[in-house]
Design a protein around this ligand. Structure first.
Ligand code: IMP
Length: 202
C-alpha cells in the first residue's frame, strides 16, 4: 500500500499535428523524480525468451547453478529459471556493505552462500552491469571457490560506464549511461516491481 502512495502512474499522449500516429508515452513519478518508459514489458519478455533459448543450447550437459545477485536480479533470475528446459539449480547471494576498519572505507562482503559450487558451471545473474565493480567482486569470489566455469547474464548493460574486461555472455539490452528503474531495479528502494524499465527524465 505504501508504494501506491509513493509512485503515481499517468499517461501523456502526444499526437503530432503532422502525423496520424499517436505515441503513447508512459511516465511515472517515484519520490521526487520522473521517469519515462524505456524498455517495455513485452520487449523484456521477448528478450528473456531469446536468452533462454541460447542457454538451453550452451549449457547442455553441464552441472549448472544460477547465482542471482540480490536484490536487483530477483525478477530476471525468476524469469530465466522458470523457462530454462535443463536441470539447473538456483541460489542467491547479496553484497552487503559495512563500514570496515581499513582506510578504504566501505567494504562489500558477499553473504548468503548456501550451495556447494565447487566444480560447477556458475551463471551469474545480474540486473545491471554498470561500472562492473560488483561483477568483478563476485567473479573473484567464484574463482576462490574453485568453480569450473563462470558465465555472466545481465538484463541491462551500460557499456559507457563499464571499466572491467570480464566478458558478458548474455546481455538483455545495452543502454546509455542514464539512471533506470523497474524490472528489479530501484530508486531509493522503490520501483523494483515495475514490469518495464523506465529512464530518468532530466
Ligand atoms: P556496478 O557499478 O556495475 O557495480 O553496479 C552496482 C549496482 O548499482 C548494480 O547492481 C545496481 O544495483 C546499481 N545500479 C547501477 N546502475 C543503476 C541504475 O541505473 N539504476 C538502478 N540501480 C543501478
Amino acid at each position: 500500500m505504501l508504494i501506491r502512495t509513493k509512485i503515481s502512474y499517468y499517461f501523456h499522449i502526444f499526437a503530432p499535428a503532422y502525423s496520424s500516429i499517436v505515441t503513447h508515452m508512459k511516465e511515472i513519478r517515484i519520490l521526487d523524480k520522473n521517469f519515462r518508459e524505456f524498455i517495455t514489458e513485452k520487449a523484456i519478455q521477448e528478450r528473456v525468451d531469446e536468452i533462454v533459448r541460447q542457454m538451453n543450447t550452451d549449457l547442455v550437459g553441464k552441472d549448472v547453478v544460477f547465482l542471482g545477485i540480490l536484490n536487483g536480479a530477483f525478477l530476471f533470475a525468476a524469469d530465466l529459471f522458470r523457462r530454462i528446459e535443463l536441470q539447473v539449480r538456483i541460489s542467491f547471494v547479496k553484497l552487503a556493505s559495512y563500514e570496515g576498519t581499513s582506510s578504504s572505507g566501505t567494504i562489500k562482503e558477499l553473504i548468503g552462500w548456501n550451495e556447494d559450487i565447487r566444480n560447477k558451471t556458475i551463471v551469474v545473474i545480474e540486473d545491471i552491469v554498470d561500472t562492473g565493480n560488483t561483477l568483478e567482486r563476485i567473479v573473484d569470489e567464484l574463482i576462490i571457490r574453485k568453480v569450473s566455469e563462470v558465465k555472466i547474464a545481465t538484463m541491462l548493460y551500460k557499456p559507457q560506464a563499464y571499466t572491467k574486461s570480464i566478458p558478458l555472455d548474455y546481455i538483455g539490452f545495452e543502454i546509455p549511461n542514464d539512471f533506470v528503474v523497474g524490472y528489479g531495479l530501484d530508486y531509493d528502494g522503490y520501483g523494483r516491481n515495475l514490469p518495464s524499465v523506465y529512464t530518468l527524465i532530466h
